[in-house]
Design a binder for this molecule. Structure first.
Ligand code: FE2
Length: 383
């Protein structure tokens, strides 16, 4: 049976090597004379922010820069950015970076336009009623999927809250997918972000809210990761491989935006928070067990994933049974083979991790509804 579904994305995507050069013209056509660039110190130090800012300045567009964005953007980061947006009277935002600057910029515009703290959006005390200035998203890593989504995950350290916020105008107006901006990304980060992209496609594909459209997006994302992630890790200057991973990330982000995630991300969140481990690494570490534990409820799709990553023989049962170990072997080939225990996850923290994972709404979308036992099974099998 085909269940009811809907699909909507307000984002225009412009893919192609060097297409960052079109950003000034697109902004000028909207009458923009001054922008606020939202990025972080790492992107500035790597010289990547400058590769976009220079083009804007040469075109006569005024550029102000905001860099105070933590790797999980906080309410304070967003509010400081909103204050700068208001003070500089910039008419557009240009977010350059991984998921964090892009997510921060989505709400910077909204907080400035609605004249309140982003915390009020988190608690539901205020709704985003007025759309902020247009946002151009320029991803510099291929993985987060933030470039494809309207939602922004914010953290409030004072209250311990972490919540997805979205509303009118929070989706990028234009996402520029320029693989040239990724050639300098080191191999380990290329691998970890690439597996994050895969994890979005994979969980959206297996999840209960999957639809024929999100399946199409997810399958193509996974095919591209399977075909190109090792090449991108091996040779960062391989522009074809970088292109494939850039597209895989955007597709995975769209699939996630439409159909949600599952137990892998529910367990990855508390582990990442507790031990400060890279999210993409955690996706790699938890993926084989995620495939194994969900297999009985999503046999044909698990078999499809196994075949996409190289399982060549057998019926669905056999192919699905090998999917987890196939991903484990891929992890090892791209430098992400370390188990969670090796990365510092301690046995005495398991109860806390399971309890935190159980607060995630994502567990309802998992092919088998997440229980404490299932979360523990995935965690222990990933040690
Ligand atoms: Fe993720």
């Amino acid at each position: 049976m085909f269940d009811p579904f809907q699909y909507f994305s307000p984002i225009e995507f412009a893919f192609g090597a060097g297409r960052r050069s079109e950003i000034p013209g697109r902004l000028a056509a909207r009458g923009v004379e001054r922008v606020l660039v939202v990025t972080d110190a790492g992107i500035v130090n790597a010289g990547i922010a400058e590769q976009v800012e220079r083009l804007l300045i040469e075109a006569g567009i005024g550029v102000e820069r905001f860099t105070d964005v933590k790797s999980n953007p906080t309410v304070e980061n967003v509010d400081a950015g909103a204050a700068m947006l208001t003070a500089t009277r910039a008419q557009a935002l240009v977010a350059i970076g991984g998921g964090s600057p892009i997510d921060a910029a989505k709400i910077i515009g909204a907080a400035a336009a609605n004249g309140c703290s982003s915390h009020a959006f988190m608690t539901g005390e205020r709704k985003i009623e007025i759309a902020g200035v247009p946002l151009v998203a320029v991803p510099t890593t291929a993985g987060s999927g933030a470039e494809s989504a309207k939602v922004s995950v914010l953290v409030d350290h004072a209250t311990g809250e972490k919540k997805g916020v979205f509303g009118p105008g929070t989706a990028p107006w234009l996402t520029v997918l320029d693989p040239e901006l990724m050639v300098g990304l080191p191999p380990w980060l290329t691998a970890a972000t690439g597996i994050d992209a895969l994890s979005h496609a994979l969980e959206a594909y297996l999840g209960r809210a999957a639809s024929p459209i999100s399946d199409a997006l997810a399958e193509q994302s996974m095919r591209l990761v399977a075909g190109y992630v090792e090449r991108a890790v091996e040779n960062g200057r391989d522009l074809e491989a970088r292109s494939a991973m850039t597209i895989a990330s955007a597709l995975g982000g769209l699939a996630k935006e439409q159909s949600g995630l599952g137990i892998l991300h529910a367990v990855a969140m508390p582990v990442g928070y507790l031990y400060d481990l890279h999210h993409g690494y955690l996706c790699a570490a938890l993926m084989p067990a995620t495939l194994d534990c969900n297999r009985s409820a999503a046999l044909a799709k698990t078999a499809w994933i196994g075949r996409a990553f190289g399982v060549s023989d057998g019926d669905d049962e056999t192919a699905a049974a090998q999917a987890g170990s196939t991903i484990r072997a891929l992890n090892e080939r791209i430098g992400l083979g370390a188990g969670l225990r090796e990365s510092g996850v301690r046995d005495e923290d398991h109860d806390r991790i399971v309890a935190d994972a159980m607060t995630s709404y994502l567990l309802k979308n998992n092919p088998i509804t997440g229980t404490p036992e299932l979360c523990r099974e995935v965690l222990v099998a990933s040690l």
